[in-house]
Design a protein around this ligand. Structure first.
Ligand SMILES: [Zn+2]
Length: 79
């Protein structure tokens, strides 16, 4: 399987957790450990949290991990 060129993108200052999807693309959880205000972003396919301002870290971490487990995109050209 082709490995992602996005396995090690620059780390955001507010990075909390970095996971990797099926091709090695980074899936970053960013934000704060406060009750709300965390989000995730997949460097493989460009998908992200729907409503980051309302998401708790536990919710975001679970969703990011589920996405990383299922996602097979190595990179994208979406903006
Ligand atoms: Zn993805």
């Amino acid at each position: 399987m082709k490995l992602s060129p996005n396995a090690n993108p620059p780390e955001p200052a507010n990075l909390l957790i970095r996971l990797h999807n099926e091709t090695g693309a980074a899936v970053d959880v960013t934000g704060t450990t406060a009750y709300l205000n965390s989000s995730w972003y997949c460097h493989g396919c460009g998908d992200r949290s729907d409503m980051p301002e309302l998401d708790s870290l536990n919710f975001t971490r679970r969703n990011a991990n589920e996405h990383a487990t299922a996602c097979r995109a190595s990179h994208h050209r979406l903006r």
